[in-house]
Design a protein around this ligand. Structure first.
Ligand SMILES: C[S@@+](CC[C@H](N)C(=O)[O-])C[C@H]1O[C@@H](n2cnc3c(N)ncnc32)[C@H](O)[C@@H]1O
Length: 202
């Protein structure tokens, strides 16, 4: 067993939202890794976050987990795929949190929000991380936190011999975003957790 496998076991809390997790696995819906989820939830707990904005709902798995940290938490979450959005709605209803969720069906590149939030979780099309960061981080309170998932692109971020043009383009865009954060946010943490988690304080 590798250290990564050992830790993954310890970080996996299978009792929560198992139905949603299994649907995601069986239908190849990409969801946050369990160890990254543990860090995200711990961060929400420790910093007492109350108003979360998520870019990339998928079927509501990460949303359900974030809401489960505390009953005071509300979630605004944006998803552009209608089928996923519909399933997320059902999942939020089934797990009794619909009243705390503002689910938005739309392209996060175009959605306009006026509310403020204390945590922004970016987990949509990875090539648009910078766009989402620039568009939505101004909505954060002064003590706001931004979390970005998949900053390592399953290892492709350091792969010099990619053969597909699309993969090269995506790798370069995510690299540019990571470097932009490195240069402008000295306290940002680039973590080797899950598929790479980036934590930035505003
Ligand atoms: C990695 S999945 C989200 C997983 C979810 N956060 C979780 O961990 O349970 C990314 C989702 O972002 C959505 N997405 C991609 N680009 C988007 C955009 N421009 N606007 C809104 N949603 C987008 C995809 O349809 C997909 O469902």
């Amino acid at each position: 067993m590798t250290i990564e496998e050992y830790l993954k076991q310890l970080n996996t809390k299978t009792e929560s939202f198992q139905d949603v997790y299994e649907y995601a696995v069986n239908n190849r819906v990409p969801i946050i890794d369990s160890d990254a989820l543990t860090v995200l939830k711990q961060l929400i707990q420790l910093t007492r976050r109350k108003k979360i904005l998520e870019i990339g709902t998928a079927i509501g798995y990460s949303g359900l987990h974030m809401l489960s940290v505390n009953k005071d938490i509300t979630l605004t979450t944006i998803e552009k795929d209608e089928a996923s959005y519909d399933i997320s709605k059902e999942n939020f209803l089934k797990h009794g949190v619909s009243e705390r969720v503002n689910g938005i069906l739309g392209d996060a590149k175009e959605v306009e929000l006026e509310d403020t939030f204390d945590l922004l979780f970016i987990d949509a099309s990875k090539g648009n991380n910078k766009l989402f960061f620039e568009k939505y981080s101004p909505l954060l309170t002064d003590d706001g936190i931004i979390v970005v998932d998949n900053i390592l692109l399953r290892g492709q971020i350091v792969e010099e011999n990619l053969h597909s043009k699309n993969k090269i383009k995506l790798r370069d865009k995510v690299r540019q975003f990571n470097e932009y954060i490195y240069e402008n946010y000295p306290s940002a943490s680039f973590l080797n957790v899950g598929d790479g988690l980036l934590i930035i304080s505003k």
